[in-house]
Design a protein around this ligand. Structure first.
Ligand SMILES: Cc1cc2nc3c(=O)[nH]c(=O)nc-3n(C[C@H](O)[C@H](O)[C@H](O)COP(=O)(O)O)c2cc1C
Length: 181
């Protein structure tokens, strides 16, 4: 049964990347700031690799990158309202350094979306009004963050029982534990 669920998790994560409108297209990312305050935000789920790494794009100057630089343990939350499935994924985040991969994704990014990574001021900087935003012409602050998954906690609300399973990655193997939902 857990292998069926595990396959379902993989399938739904793949759909999050490939299917327009799939609820896993977005996930909530949690980091811990230097002063130990937890911070959450929505990001677009961009890539899911064969070895279970998940990736998103962001601005190198953003708070989440500052947080990850100090503490790369992150939490991610995915929710599928129709299937009533929640995935709580924990892992270790890394800034992708491979220029070829970065350039490939940057070149595939639509021009309008590139603006998200080219504001003159860093994201979160105070401005006088919303029309004051200036963009860089030549430079960008685009980066890719990859999360190496350590654990996936699967929860499905169901009748007569809810189901909760924790999958832990050890090398290339996964072990599973049933949990009280
Ligand atoms: C639907 C939606 C999708 C978003 N996708 C991203 C994303 O892929 N990458 C990103 O850096 N910010 C994304 N954001 C903005 C973040 O939620 C967040 O406000 C921003 O990145 C600043 O976060 P930080 O200051 O904690 O780093 C998205 C926001 C929304 C509402």
């Amino acid at each position: 049964m857990t292998s069926t669920i595990f396959s379902e998790i993989k399938e739904e994560l793949n759909k999050g990347i490939n299917e327009y409108g799939h609820p896993f297209r977005f996930f909530t990312l949690g980091t811990l700031s230097a002063n130990n305050s937890p911070r959450l935000r929505t990001v677009v789920f961009r890539d899911f690799s064969e070895n279970w790494n998940i990736s998103f794009f962001t601005d190198k100057r953003s708070q989440k990158v500052i947080d990850i630089d100090k503490n790369n343990k992150v939490s991610s939350l995915f929710y599928h309202p129709e299937k009533r499935i929640q995935l709580h994924i924990e892992g270790t985040a890394h800034l992708v350094k491979n220029e070829k991969i970065i350039n490939k994704h940057w070149n595939q990014t639509p021009e309008e979306a590139k603006k998200d990574y080219t504001t003159s001021l860093a994201p979160g900087s105070c401005i006088e009004n919303q029309t004051e935003i200036e963009y860089l012409n030549e430079e960008n602050h685009f980066c890719i963050i990859t999360i190496e998954i350590n654990t996936i906690e699967y929860l499905r609300l169901d009748k007569p029982n809810h189901a909760k399973i924790k999958y832990t990655k050890k090398g290339n193997e996964w072990k599973n534990d049933f949990l009280v939902p």
